[in-house]
Design a protein around this ligand. Sequence first.
Ligand code: NAD
Length: 357
Amino acid sequence: MQQSVIELMQSMGHEQVMFCTDAATGLNAIIAVHNTVLGPSLGGTRLWNYASHTDAIVDALRLSRGMTYKSAISGLNLGGGKAVLIGDAQKLKNEAYWRRYGRFVDNLGGKYITAEDVNTSSKDMEYISMETKHVTGVPEYLGGSGDPSPVTAYGVYVGMKAACKKVYGNDSLSGKKVLVQGAGNVGRTLIDHIIEEGGKVILSDINETNIKKVTDKHSGVTVVAPSEIFNMEYDIYAPCALGATVNTDAINKMKCAIIAGAANNQLADENVHGPMLIEKGITYVPDFLINAGGIINISVEREGYNRARAIAIVDNIYGRTLENFEIASRDNIHNQLAAMRMAEKRISDIANLKRGL
Ligand code: NAD
């Protein structure tokens, strides 16, 4: 790492980062609180076997800042935070591990509220909830909202339709060819929505079981190898697997009109690839705007969960996506930058309000 942790925090605007270790359970955690102007920071706990501690720190810092943007642009009274736990999920996960982690979360006194993310489940949240009340995404039998993925998928579908409205003049997905990368929890529900509306799906995944779950249900889905996805023609690319798939090499090959998917940090480098997409004439729906359904669902859980209310708020992604396109075109900037400015404006407006300006 060229910069120290504090220099990185300063350059990205973080408020606080907590490092936690516990030899007895094997817990090694980094909890990053990016911004709490709008409310307590909320973001999932990711358990991952990082190649280095530096990779884990950078991931925690980037992901927590993304959560600030996501909640701010979605109109939620939440700040941004994220926790990353370092290690092998298969070996580490047990009750004591999660409860120890729950105590660390509790030490932050509500400044950080945790939730599910990669390699963490609502059952894990249940263990955490035995040590702290600052946890969401607990199972439905405990009054929680359960798996947020279907709501995230619905938000991606809504944002995809808004992009079609801009590009094609109407928002129907009927007859549109969509390449969905990743048939996971979000991708599978997104595919259901696309097919229900008469769209055609091309699917790519590395997991045969997940591919089969889709092809058993929808016989018309075409499956392609991951190496082939940018060598073919379709209207919409929906990244629902990994970050950074929108990179120089991929953009040079891309033949689609729209990118609209669930993955976080889709642009490998927003300063390079945001402008590159404009030059190529590809309409990109900013990731933290379109994939906010899950956090919206969780924010509703905090008020007393009501699925209809969550869906009604997620429907706002449509109008916000169109607003994002208008701001980007008015200010002659790329869509990701316009989305960041929309989020930053709301945070600074509310900060001024709180200061009585
Ligand atoms: P998931 O783990 O259930 O599914 C991911 C899928 O991607 C898996 O089927 C996996 O095999 C596949 N995959 C991995 N590498 C691949 C590759 N190289 N090519 C093709 N497929 C590949 O995850 P999910 O919950 O469906 O989330 C999908 C993405 O959306 C993730 O990036 C996640 O961070 C993001 N996201 C999810 C939510 C949510 O509510 N679940 C919310 C916001 C953002």
